[in-house]
Design a protein around this ligand. Sequence first.
Ligand SMILES: [Cu+2]
Length: 386
Amino acid sequence: MTVFLVIIVLALLAVTGWQISKIFELSKKPDGDTSQVANDNDNRWNGILMLAFVIFLYVITIYCFWEYGRFYLPEAAAEHGSEYDNLMFISLGLIMFVQIITQGLLHYFAYKYKGKKTQKALFYADNDKLEFIWTIIPVITLAGLIIYGLFTWSDIMNINEEEDPLVIEIYAYQFDWRARYSGEDNTLGKANVRFIEGVNQLGVDESDSYGDDDKIVTELHLPVNRPVLFKFRSQDVLHSAYFPFFRAQMNVVPGMITQFGFTPTITTEEMRESEYMVDKVKSVNEERKERNEDLIAAGEPTLDPYEFDYFLLCNKICGQAHYNMQMKIIVESEEDYEAWLAEQPTFASTMEGSNQDQAPAAPSEDMETEEPQESEAVAVVDNEKN
Ligand SMILES: [Cu+2]
């Protein structure tokens, strides 16, 4: 009730203020031009402001390119990456070229032909030839861009099963990733949220023999130049698997499996040695060094030197710790990859280990069994829905 009264009082005060301002206006002495219609002086100012605005836009655009140009990603580290980059740069280049000219002309003409008492606007009804030209040019350009985009899209999205891609499941949950390698048979075992229990964090179906040799890991290792097919699965909410260096992104949707395939072409080591990365790492470390001086002075722990690694990020705001949802990716030679994979335990051995020692909350060596509480709650809801 008090709130209601306060609102009424505030509204009445506002009305009073408005009425008083009107009285002041009426009591003012007439000083020449009191008309509401714009005069030559108003028009001149509007013209100048129109011109100033477009100059401001161009200056700020140039500044952004100059200042933030260094934040571009380096050369794509996947086979389809150059196609993707070309499509983006051609589309952006064309749009920017047209926009700079048309926007500039629009504002310049608004300035040049600003209203004047002595000038009268020309009545110009239509011109078929002009209309034809400004319709057909955008139609051809846009159709070209769209067709080019569609071809690029189908090139990138089509997975050639004959190339025998390495099948890896990427599993998302609040707030981390797991990768499941499909093992010797290159076939993933079935999985369902219903089977999530204890160390079986991904809900792999124990009765499906394809799953026995699957390997669940917390770090993604990829052999260079071998096609990889990723199958994405989410435990709880919508996530998005984003591999910026490989120019790949795919939604990770609860209740369905999405997929994306690419072939990594640059190993982590090669990327670290590239000119772009050497410069970047140097500049990051210089910043860290400066920061460390402050931290030492404040008696706080210092930052480690930065070293480049590829990573997989979540690109959908999926909850509180979304920003922290990332997984390291290591692209390496086939031999290094095989050696690393051989060390990882299979799903069957992990389950056997956990069945043997039935100690409460027996932690397995390779997997964290602790899960954020939210994800457990969501998994239960998901079960009920199924
Ligand atoms: Cu996420």
